[in-house]
Write a protein that binds this ligand. Structure first.
Ligand code: UDP
Length: 194
């Protein structure tokens, strides 16, 4: 699809509705998918960390999260259709998982926050199969945690470790999976726990 470059990060020229349609298709086809919702902080950080920039660029979809990205693209005379907040994209994906009865794994946030979020998700999206969950306060790239996610055979994995760690986790462990939609979601579990 058409790309729009902002400071070396190639965003997808897409709307939220189109994105959800594409991602739903890929989920049904069991295609492994890495989504980065990149806000200005992520784009700026990628300038300083080339390894992280490579990880972001390796994503299947880079989504403009934040008005700063939309404004940047406009100033570069290569406008993007709309801002797509990561939290909204996550909620739309939870709707898809609810409808399609998909298996979802939740990785990250503080243990209590995560438990509250899981309870709320189970109530609001009763069709979702909670494949598993684990808090985000572990050291490094703990192989036992990666194996736990792998063993759950999830259709979707939401990783709430904050950037850059969440995208690093996805990139480092992607090879363990043959399917699944992987997306870093920042502080989303904290919002969902409320
Ligand atoms: N977090 C985590 N492990 C860590 C650091 C942070 O699980 O080692 C969680 C934190 O509890 C929060 C989420 O990561 O739920 C995102 O944090 P933040 O809002 O700082 O995200 P950012 O906007 O930096 O992506």
């Amino acid at each position: 699809s058409k790309k729009v470059e902002v400071l070396g990060v190639e965003f997808d020229h897409t709307t939220k509705t189109e994105t959800i349609q594409m991602l739903t298709k890929r989920l049904k086809a069991r295609k492994k998918t890495f989504v980065v919702t990149a806000n200005p902080e992520i784009v700026m950080y990628a300038q300083r960390d080339p390894e992280y920039k490579k990880i972001v660029q390796s994503a299947d979809y880079i989504i403009p999260d934040g008005i700063g990205i939309i404004m940047g693209a406009k100033m570069l005379n290569n406008p993007l259709p709309e801002r797509i907040p990561g939290f909204e994209l996550m909620k739309d994906l939870l709707d898809v998982a609810d409808r399609e009865q998909l298996k979802v794994f939740f990785l990250g946030a503080k243990e209590q926050v995560l438990h509250k979020a899981i309870n709320n998700i189970q109530q609001d999206y009763p069709g979702i199969h909670i494949a598993g969950y684990h808090h985000g306060f572990f050291k490094g790239n703990d192989p036992d945690i990666a194996k736990m996610v792998q063993a759950a055979n999830p259709d979707m994995v939401f990783v709430a470790l904050g950037f850059p760690r969440q995208e690093q986790w996805i990139s480092q462990n992607s090879h363990l999976f043959s399917k699944g939609l992987f997306m870093g979601v920042g502080g989303s579990f904290d919002v969902l726990s409320g």
